[in-house]
Write a protein that binds this ligand. Structure first.
Ligand SMILES: [Zn+2]
Length: 154
C-alpha cells in the first residue's frame, strides 16, 4: 500500500520574480468541475495575495532608496550605490510588469476565461496553475514555444 501523501505547501516561483511564496494547494474533490466557482476563488485569492506582496516589496525598495540616497558624499561610494540602485530599479520594473500580468489574469478569472491554453484551448490544469498562476499556455504548447524560441535565437 502506498503511504498517504502528506498535504504539502506549495511554493511556486513566478515566471520572473525572485520572490518565493507559500500557499496551500487546492483540495480537489473527485469529479469536481474544472474552474468552478471555488477554484476560481482559490486562484483569485492566490493572485491577490501575490500582488499584495509584490506591491509591498516595491514600496520597501522605494523608501529604502530614499533613505540611502544622500548618505554617500564620496563619489566612489556613490557610483557603487548607483549601480545597486539601477539593479534594484530593474527588479522593480520586472515586478511592476508582473503586477500588470496578475491584474490581467484576475480579469480573466472574473470573465470566467481563466485556466485554458491560449493556443490550443485545453485545460491548463490546477496543479500547473498553482505553480504558475499566470500561465496562459498548457505544458505542451509552452514546451513547443520554448523550443521555437531557442531555435529562433540560433
Ligand atoms: Zn496548449
Amino acid at each position: 500500500m502506498p503511504k498517504a501523501k502528506k498535504q504539502e505547501e506549495i511554493n511556486p516561483k513566478a515566471d520572473n520574480a525572485d520572490q518565493e511564496w507559500v500557499f496551500k494547494p487546492y483540495k480537489l474533490a473527485k469529479g469536481e468541475e474544472y474552474m468552478n466557482e471555488q477554484q476560481r476563488e482559490h486562484f483569485k485569492n492566490m493572485l491577490l495575495k501575490w500582488k499584495k506582496e509584490l506591491m509591498e516589496e516595491v514600496d520597501r525598495t522605494v523608501s529604502h532608496m530614499k533613505d540611502e540616497a544622500a548618505n554617500f558624499p564620496d563619489p566612489a561610494d556613490r557610483a557603487t550605490q548607483e549601480e545597486e540602485f539601477s539593479l534594484e530599479l530593474r527588479t522593480r520594473d520586472r515586478e511592476r510588469k508582473l503586477i500588470k500580468k496578475i491584474d490581467k489574469t484576475i480579469e480573466l478569472i472574473e470573465q470566467d476565461e481563466y485556466g485554458y491554453c491560449d493556443l490550443c484551448g485545453v485545460e491548463i490544469g490546477i496543479r500547473r496553475l498553482e505553480a504558475r498562476p499566470t500561465a496562459n499556455l498548457c505544458i505542451d504548447c509552452k514546451t513547443l514555444d520554448e523550443i521555437k524560441e531557442k531555435q529562433e535565437r540560433g
